[in-house]
Ligand binder design. Structure first.
Ligand code: GLY
Length: 372
């Protein structure tokens, strides 16, 4: 089984790795620019199924499963490539600054505890002990001990190194012009006027996925870009946990960078960093960490999250076109969902099978949800 994957971000590269490990034949990843340099590079790498969930539903279960897969994924990647993706399970703190936020946090805590999610209410003394530099204005906080982060840029490097060592061909600067579909079957892709043939084609092109799918007139939920801007401070070693609060989040990295994210903007395919975006991120950062007041960030960037209906991913076989698969729409959870998406795509491509946990995310399910 020869497979063409369109999109060289963490979703496409993780799927390529899993397909290789499961015995697929020739695997080629087509990337329109540089592999892993779009949303996968721009992300903050949070693994936050519990901190970001409001309800225990199919999406939560998918996120949680992928979070559980991360320990093994990180360990194996280190063995396979020599690259440590800096999986960090210190835990994630959600902080409230007002009565309303505290009430919301506590209501959520109660329903999460009832659903068996590991979470702990923190007293002011706990917060001061865990993160002494956080603002004294934090009025309530909870800790999610199973959440954390990975260094997403190292994850990109590790997946590319795996590809290099395992004969997965990654073709950069190779934008797919169109899907080649004959008699209801995907047979390949045309790239710069040349046809590349394969037994299966996986569209893992993030925010760009719909461009190809719409052109080929296939039934699949529409995917649109949602811009996220991030700022970073260097030489900031004073924090250990990922912290949500004040309309943003802080991600402290092993190399002493502190990332602050992220805006959520409908701006088409524009990735400009804006003064308003930076200002809003600085306000969140300074509210959480008063010592940052007046300090200019050292870096800033933006990326495009792929958004499909309801912020849920679309993963699996495209109805009506055999041999065509999609893995996109991961929105805020692309880094988190990479391992489980790789498993689901591998099952779909090699075994024509859909594990229970993946059923709600099939392209056909997304179409029904979008229509209802
Ligand atoms: N995962 C957080 C974000 O997309 O901003």
């Amino acid at each position: 089984m020869n497979v063409l994957i369109i999109g060289g971000g963490v979703i496409g590269l993780a799927a390529a790795r899993k397909l290789r490990l499961a015995g697929a034949g020739r695997i080629t990843v087509l990337e329109k620019g540089r592999a892993g340099r779009e949303a996968s590079w721009a992300a903050a790498g949070m693994l936050a199924p519990d901190a970001e969930t409001e309800t225990v539903d199919a999406m939560y279960r998918l996120c949680r499963r992928s979070n559980e897969l991360y320990s093994d994924f990180a360990e194996r990647l280190a063995d396979e490539t020599g690259i440590d993706i800096e999986l960090d399970r210190t835990g994630t703190i959600c902080a409230a600054f007002s009565e309303t936020e505290a009430k919301h946090l506590n209501n959520r805590l109660a329903s999460q505890l009832a659903a068996g999610i590991r979470t702990e209410s923190l007293s002011s003394a706990d917060v001061a002990r865990l993160e002494p530099r956080l603002s004294r204005d934090v009025s309530a906080a909870v800790l999610f001990p199973d959440n954390g982060q990975v260094e997403n840029r190292k994850l990109v490097s590790a997946l590319l190194e795996f590809a290099r060592r395992n004969s997965v061909e990654v073709l950069e600067d190779s934008p797919a012009d169109e899907l080649l579909i004959r008699n209801g079957r995907a047979v390949g892709v045309s790239v710069k006027g040349e046809s590349l043939e394969a037994d299966a084609v996986v569209v893992a092109a993030g925010a760009w996925a719909s461009k190809l799918l719409v052109k080929a007139d296939v039934r699949c939920p529409q995917v649109t870009p949602v811009k996220g801007q991030i700022i970073a401070y260097e030489h900031f070693s004073a924090m250990r946990h990922v912290v949500y609060g004040a309309g943003g989040y802080l991600v402290p990295r092993r190399d002493c960078r502190l990332l602050v994210g992220a805006t959520v903007e409908d701006a088409g395919f524009n990735t400009d960093v804006t003064a308003d975006g930076v200002l809003s991120l600085r306000r969140s950062a300074e509210r959480l960490l008063p010592e940052l007041a007046g300090r200019e960030p050292d870096d800033k960037w933006a990326g495009l999250r792929p958004y499909a209906g309801g912020g849920q991913p679309v993963i699996g076989a495209v109805p009506g076109v055999s041999g065509l698969f999609v893995a996109t729409g991961h929105f805020r959870n692309g880094i988190l969902l990479a391992p489980v998406t790789a498993d689901l795509i591998t099952e779909a491509v090699l075994n024509d099978s859909v594990p229970e946990i993946g059923r709600p995310f099939l392209p056909a399910s997304g179409m029904e949800a979008a229509a209802s």
